[in-house]
Write a protein that binds this ligand. Structure first.
Ligand SMILES: Cc1ncc(COP(=O)(O)O)c(C=O)c1O
Ligand SMILES: N[C@@H](CCCC[NH3+])C(=O)O
Length: 446
């Protein structure tokens, strides 16, 4: 398939957003692999390893698929999943909004002239400085997370202006994701409880502030959710809250933000959240509930992060050592928990493939480990790799486009990998590798 055909294939993919590798990834019989027509071996030679590789065409196609699946909704990409200046520009060009959760993410958006009105500002503990920066930038919406924040925010909005806000409520829905990334139920740090009355109090307080315009409600159930059913339930609960606000205060709020959390496949054979069925079922649920309660249909906002950037990325590593244990091989590479903390944090599992040469050897169960001084520094458990894998070979790990670069650390003074974007047969650096000199820049010495 030529490069143009690959680009077209990626653009045409909607329901088929399945599988852990990006749409532009091809594996060849000689052990090679290309992304967007560029051999991964060339990328490794040119940019070094480890390296994050982003299939820009696939990523943009995912943005378009979201807009096409929910044409009446506002699709706001969650920057925490993966953000750099190129990414902010792609998101802007594709017409999505941007969910930022810190002053730092806001600064990246501002640096590429991201339209402020399309920015949604989040955070359960926004600092006064961050709130001031958000107001000054003119962000479209600030999602209020605490009662105290309402008064503070109202006081800093310049005279004559009104800041649009959403109130984050806890819908008390358990979406079944990993405990560490579950945010829909009671007894957690995000949002305000409906059951305790905090959410209702927040609505009353916000409506009482002339410098704030309450546009609607927000909820976020958690992350890596693969079935539409919890979102459907959340939609019903949230529309009911909008009806209660109408009944109590006589105001009809126009917006409903259902957050993100759309799951992706990490392993071969796994399925992520099906976008078409999510869109249809959530849209139906909102419409039906609104009709039942005599409300106009609110404008939907959604905030996918992982599902936009996750499968568009892979990480390329070089094998440094191979230890053949009794039952499995330990393949140690030149990266590790510093570029991917997810296995340590959530027990996350990954698909890995050796690439770059043909091996006639049978496969063996292998564990891909990193180079850090931690026994738990594992990148991919129980993967099948050729038994003759050896130092110098390349390994690609799939679906690392979300929550990898953004969560990378510099443990053991390891510089963070570069980000290489591939599109139309061309690879280019969008974030350079972090060198020891970069790491020492902040260290002012004696
Ligand atoms: C408020 C909010 N919106 C959106 C997201 C994006 O989540 P995901 O990347 O799982 O779609 C998150 C992270 O979980 C979040 O906290
Ligand atoms: N960092 C998590 C997702 C958290 C989502 C942010 N609220 C992950 O890697 O899966």
């Amino acid at each position: 398939m030529c490069v143009l055909e690959q680009d077209q294939a990626a653009n045409g993919r909607t329901a088929a957003m399945a599988g852990p590798w990006s749409a532009g990834t091809r594996f060849t019989a000689d052990g090679g692999a290309t992304v967007g027509g560029v051999p991964l071996t060339d990328i490794a030679t040119r940019f070094g390893t480890p390296a994050y590789v982003i299939d820009e065409t696939d990523l943009r196609a995912r943005c378009r698929a979201y807009r096409a699946a929910l044409p009446d909704a506002e699709v706001v990409y969650a920057a925490k999943a993966f953000l750099c200046r190129a990414m902010a520009s792609w998101v802007r060009e594709e017409g999505l909004g941007l969910d930022v959760a810190s002053g730092g993410e806001l600064a990246v958006a501002a640096s590429v002239g991201f339209p402020a009105e399309r920015i949604v500002f989040h955070g359960n503990a926004k600092t006064p400085r961050e709130l001031a920066a958000a107001v000054e930038a003119g962000v479209g919406r600030i999602v209020v997370d605490t009662l105290a924040e309402i008064n503070h925010l109202a006081a800093i909005v310049p005279f004559g202006r009104r800041q649009k806000v959403l109130i984050r409520v806890i819908p008390d829905i358990d979406a079944g994701a990993h405990r560490a990334i579950r945010t829909g139920g009671e007894d957690q740090k995000f949002g305000m409880s409906i059951a305790s009355g905090a959410a209702a109090e927040a609505v009353a307080r916000t409506l009482g502030q002339s410098s704030l315009e309450l546009a609607g409600l927000h909820c976020h159930l958690g992350s890596q959710i693969v079935t539409p059913e919890p979102f459907e339930r959340a939609a019903r609960v949230m529309v009911e809250q909008l009806a209660q606000i109408r009944d109590t205060h006589g105001v009809t709020l126009p917006e409903l933000d259902l957050g993100g959390g759309h799951g992706i496949p990490y392993l071969d054979g796994e399925r992520g959240l099906d976008l078409e069925s999510y869109a249809r079922r959530v849209d139906d649920a909102v419409r039906a509930q609104a009709a039942w309660l005599g409300l106009p249909v609110p404008r939907l906002i959604i905030e996918p992060g992982r599902a936009v950037s996750g499968p568009a990325g892979l990480t390329l590593y070089r094998v440094i050592t191979v230890k053949r244990g009794l039952s499995r091989i330990f393949v140690a590479v030149d990266g590790g928990m510093s570029d991917n903390p997810r296995p340590c944090l959530y027990g996350a599992r990954y698909t890995a493939r050796m690439i770059g040469r043909r091996s006639g050897a049978a496969t063996r169960a292998a564990t891909v480990v990193g180079h850090h001084c931690e026994a738990g520094d594992t990148l991919a458990e129980d993967v099948e790799l050729p038994a003759d894998i050896r130092p110098g070979d390349l390994i690609a790990v799939a679906a690392t486009g979300a929550y990898h670069h953004s969560m990378a650390s510099t443990y053991n003074m390891t510089g963070r990998p570069p980000v290489v974007a591939v599109a139309s047969g061309r690879a280019r650096l969008v974030v350079r590798r972090e060198e020891p000199a970069d790491l020492m820049l902040r260290d002012v010495g004696l």
